[in-house]
Structure formats: structure tokens, C-alpha cells
Design a protein around this ligand. Structure first.
Ligand SMILES: [Zn+2]
Length: 44
């Protein structure tokens, strides 16, 4: 999940898996797809 956070009059998007912050919703969503904190997909 990506969590929206307001800070310094800006909206940030935080990856709930690893805590990384992004200033762009698209970047945050893309990161979430490849987040290291998620289950590895190579087992599928
Ligand atoms: Zn992450």
C-alpha cells in the first residue's frame, strides 16, 4: 500500500512496506510493484 502524507505543504507518498517516501504518486506506485519488502515473485 502507498500512504499519502502531507508535510512541508507538500503531499508525499510513502511505501508502507519499507517506509520509502516519494513526491510523485506514479513513482510510489511503481516502487510498490518492485518493493524489496514484498514477497519474491520468482517462486511463482
Ligand atoms: Zn517499498
Amino acid at each position: 500500500m502507498v500512504e499519502e502524507t502531507e508535510r512541508d505543504d507538500m503531499t508525499w507518498y510513502r511505501c508502507e512496506e519499507c517506509g520509502l517516501m516519494f513526491d510523485d504518486a506514479g513513482d510510489a506506485g511503481q516502487h510498490e510493484q518492485n518493493c524489496d519488502a514484498e514477497e519474491p515473485s520468482y517462486l511463482q
